[in-house]
Design a protein around this ligand. Structure first.
Ligand code: IMP
Ligand code: MG
Length: 181
């Protein structure tokens, strides 16, 4: 697999944008507490940078969603971990690495709404609107990108490259969809 020589987004660009997002979130939730719900695994780097720049009180919860696509018969993503604390009457901020078809996020939002939170808002680092199949409202978007498969800063291809500080475009090699996962 070959990655673009130049990063699509450098860590410096990402940090700057994450700081802007955290400032907007802190302002919008002034005098309130937020339950940050992080979608594993790809969002952990983004979420850890984001929450350290948020100035209102936050608590942290995790959701694990597994998607199936490509050559396997289409089926909804499986959710294998849900928040531990009660979300009833809480302000929930769902944190996702990337909004692609919207399948995963739409399902997660539905499951979260069933837990009767006071509000649910979404923060995503990357948005690929050209791939959308399900409508999803997003309150905080980091960067809107073209339809490229990207890795780094938490994002993986086949569990690789999550540790890269920058985000790169994959130039060749198969995406999970092409290889049937
Ligand atoms: P969905 O199609 O919006 O349901 O996206 C589901 C998941 O696919 C995301 O949370 C990512 O884990 C993964 N994904 C989508 N596009 C990319 C990409 O460009 N790089 C790495 N992972 C991706
Ligand atoms: Mg992934």
């Amino acid at each position: 697999m070959r990655l673009s020589e130049t990063p699509l987004l450098t860590n410096e660009q990402i940090q700057q944008r994450v700081a802007e997002m955290a400032a907007a979130i802190s302002q919008d939730y002034a005098n309130r507490e937020i339950v940050v719900v992080v979608v594993l695994k790809g969002s952990i780097i983004f979420a850890s940078d984001l929450i350290r720049k948020i100035t209102v009180p936050v608590s942290l919860e995790f959701i694990r969603a597994k998607s199936y696509s490509g050559m396997t018969a289409w089926q909804p993503p499986q959710i294998s971990m849900m928040p531990e604390q009660s979300l009833k009457d809480k302000h929930v901020l769902l944190v996702e690495d990337i909004l692609d078809t919207g399948t995963t996020t739409a399902l997660i939002e539905k499951r979260l709404t069933e837990l009767e939170p006071e509000s649910v808002a979404l923060a995503v680092l990357l948005d690929k609107p050209s791939r959308r199949r399900f409508h999803v409202d997003c309150e905080y978007t980091g960067f809107t990108i073209e339809d490229h498969f990207v890795v780094g800063y938490g994002l993986d291809l086949d569990e690789q490259h999550r540790n890269l500080p920058n985000i790169y475009t994959v130039l060749d090699g198969k995406t999970p969809e092409e290889s049937g996962r």
